[in-house]
Design a protein around this ligand. Structure first.
Ligand code: PHE
Length: 342
């Protein structure tokens, strides 16, 4: 057996290079295929005397393995460099492919539409903090000391004594406006509110309200009704029906809940309107004189109305959305549908 020949082949394998597919193939032909120099070494096995066969076999197997390992290494290198040269081939002067653009979130669009409607009839915008004290969220609004809405089940308290909580409604903003401005006041306060409620298709612990307040001389319940009729027709279309149901809120007297005919099922009954054909969109009423006085407004001279509506509820009706949770899940398949609003 020719030791020198084997050493020379091993050396040639170690030194081999390949820049492209053709050179890879040349390497394969030279060192790996049956007819390669390594293949010949195997063919010579028959000429080796029996007592040397074992040693020779080990030797040429080592050569074979070295050839295969080198081949793999060369393939990897060629692939790697072809990837690099491909990216170098990029034509940066080509026009960009169409990037999809984001849209306006349905809640933002709804809020904007509500603001537009009320701004046109003379309401300005006001905002307040989401972390509120007891005075602005409850006491100034005439909540009796033991009113259940103050209890932990509804309110997310941050601190007790003195109480600091996440506001449970945007009525707190009305208090701030009345404390700081003189009538006539016509203001709209949209914002996020928090209540400790179980999350379902109809309720969430975080949602949005828009509150309206009108304080002036001689403001009456008919002003409230006409304002909300106007709003419902502008928002949902001329055929929309509105009904007022007597209700109770500590800060208004008399109070009424505002329902509109369910646009989702056309009044036939569905899971959104709980089969009644009507959907509650908020509460309303004449501002209780106690509230006016708490905020430094003369209740003998001035009267006012207030209303508060859920923005999610309105968006659900407007866009026929059956599950309130979709608003906060950020599922692009849902959000994409509102792109035309851009
Ligand atoms: N703040 C009330 C609520 O959160 C709604 C409301 C606002 C009712 C103004 C009457 C007047 O339910």
């Amino acid at each position: 057996m020719n030791q020198d020949k084997i050493v020379a082949i091993k050396e040639a394998i170690a030194q081999a290079r390949a820049k492209n597919k053709e050179e890879l193939e040349a390497f394969r032909m030279k060192f790996i295929s049956k007819k390669s120099v390594v293949g010949e070494l195997f063919a010579e096995m028959g000429k080796i005397p029996n007592e040397k066969k074992r040693e020779y076999g080990q030797l040429i197997n080592g050569v074979k393995q070295a050839a295969e390992a080198k081949f793999q290494e060369l393939i990897d290198r060629v692939n790697e460099s072809s990837k690099k040269s491909k990216s170098a081939d990029l034509d940066l002067t080509l026009p960009p492919s169409n990037q999809s653009v984001g849209g306006i979130h349905p809640l933002t669009a709804t809020r904007q539409r509500i603001i537009e409607i009320f701004e046109r009839i003379g309401f300005n915008l006001s905002e307040g903090p989401e972390i509120e004290d007891d005075w602005h969220n409850f006491t100034a609004l005439n909540f009796p000391e033991n009113h259940p809405a103050r209890e932990m089940q509804d309110t997310f308290f941050i601190e007790k004594n003195p109480d600091i909580a996440l506001r449970t409604h945007t009525s707190s903003v009305q208090v701030r406006v009345m404390e700081n401005q003189k009538p006539p006041i016509r203001t709209l306060s949209p914002g996020r509110v928090y209540r400790n409620e179980a999350i379902s298709a109809r309720a969430h612990c975080i949602f949005h309200q828009v509150e309206g307040l009108y304080v002036d001389e001689n403001v009456g319940f008919s002003d409230l009704k006409n304002t909300l009729y106007h709003f419902a027709k502008e928002m949902f279309g001329k055929g929309t029906k509105v009904r007022f149901r007597p209700s109770y809120f500590p800060f208004t007297e008399p109070s009424a809940e505002i329902d509109i005919s369910c646009l989702l099922c056309g009044g036939k009954g569905c899971n959104v309107c709980k089969g009644t054909g009507w959907v509650e969109i908020g509460g309303s009423g004449m501002v209780d004189p106690n509230v006016l006085e708490n905020c430094g407004i003369d209740s003998k001279k001035y009267t006012g109305f207030a209303f508060g509506m859920g923005i999610e509820r309105i968006a659900m009706l407007k866009y026929q959305i059956k599950d309130l949770r979709l608003f906060t899940e950020n599922d692009v398949r849902f959000l994409r549908q509102f792109r035309p609003l851009l």
